[in-house]
Design a protein around this ligand. Structure first.
Ligand SMILES: [Zn+2]
Length: 315
């Protein structure tokens, strides 16, 4: 059995885990990131978590590598974080060099990639994507992330920016997106935008049990499940726009499967996925319309498992 270490680097927490080659997370730990302390301090903390995981496993000689998943534009080949919205002020930070320096004598190969690419890689090898060659992934959270796998490898594009599926335009004159453009998928399916659209409907006088002052996507989903028509409409619209975006993605890439994860995807089959599929089937040409659309399987572990899979240098 081989083992690898995965690090899920976020703006709040650094999670670390030990993955066996058959996809089991054997050990995990979490520490706070403390973003304001800067890149070198964070690299030191990452190294400490690696040493902690490693110390649990001294009998395991076959730790083949360590992978880090991080939000932002990652230069995977050079181990550099070019930019990350979660780490304000970081510009071309050679994170892997910093971590390697902190690890001293522990010489294990280090890898890094974007957190959504890593999530798709995890799903490909140990989740909903097992057995598939060409896969796209979407994460529906605060923002809408994307990742593309072609022939079982993450597609990075010419300058490492491929896979920004959340910024597929679904409505040219739609609401403003965080990227500055209008009508991106994220401007309909990102958590903040879902809440904003719900508030607008409430303000227009539509009947609902929802309170505009305390609104979260989870509350909207609960209201929808309880039969609230406005809340159901919000999820149906969200599903529709995801279906529109997937139509373009299927026509461009012809993947076998789209895997959708993140908090909003937890709304499930009835509230969300059936609307995604209906819209997608309505719009997509015959052959690419065979693409399956499924929920992610690995949940919160996808980041750790996918990061650990980077160690196999197959991304
Ligand atoms: Zn955008």
């Amino acid at each position: 059995m081989q083992y690898s270490i995965g690090i899920d680097l976020g703006g709040t927490d650094i999670k670390a885990g030990l993955l066996s080659s058959d996809g089991k997370l054997m050990y995990r730990t979490v520490v706070s990131t403390h973003v304001n302390e800067g890149a070198k301090a964070i690299a030191k903390r990452i190294a400490q978590t690696i040493l902690q995981v490693h110390s649990q496993t001294q009998s395991l000689k076959d730790i083949i590598g360590i992978g880090v998943g991080s939000p932002g534009l990652i230069l995977a080949d050079s181990g550099i974080i070019h930019f990350s919205p979660n780490f304000p002020g970081w510009s071309d930070i050679p994170l892997l060099d910093y971590v390697a320096a902190e690890l001293g004598n522990l010489k294990i190969p280090l890898y890094i990639d974007n957190d959504v690419n890593v999530m798709v890689l995890g799903e490909l090898h140990h989740g909903a994507g097992i057995g598939y060659e060409n896969v796209v992934g979407l994460t529906l959270g605060t923002g809408v992330g994307g990742g593309i796998v072609i022939n079982r490898k993450v597609y990075h594009g010419s300058w490492n920016t491929a896979g920004e599926l959340g910024h597929t335009i679904v409505q040219p004159n739609g609401p403003k997106c965080g990227c500055g453009n209008r009508g991106c998928l994220e401007a309909y399916a990102g958590a903040r935008h879902i809440v904003q659209r719900t508030r607008q409907k409430l303000a227009s006088g539509q009947n609902s049990c929802l309170n505009p002052d305390v609104l979260t996507p989870k509350q909207i989903a609960e209201a929808a499940e309880a039969g609230d028509k406005l809340a159901q409409e919000i999820f149906a619209e969200t599903g529709k726009y995801i279906g529109v975006a997937l139509t373009s993605i299927a026509h461009i890439l012809n993947p076998e499967i789209a895997i959708i994860g993140g908090g909003i995807a937890g709304a499930g089959e009835k509230l969300l996925f059936q609307h995604i599929r209906n819209e997608f089937r309505k719009r997509t040409m015959g052959i690419p319309s065979q693409m399956e659309i499924v929920p992610a399987k690995l949940g919160n572990d996808a980041g750790l498992i996918g990061a650990a899979m980077l160690a196999y240098n197959i991304h």
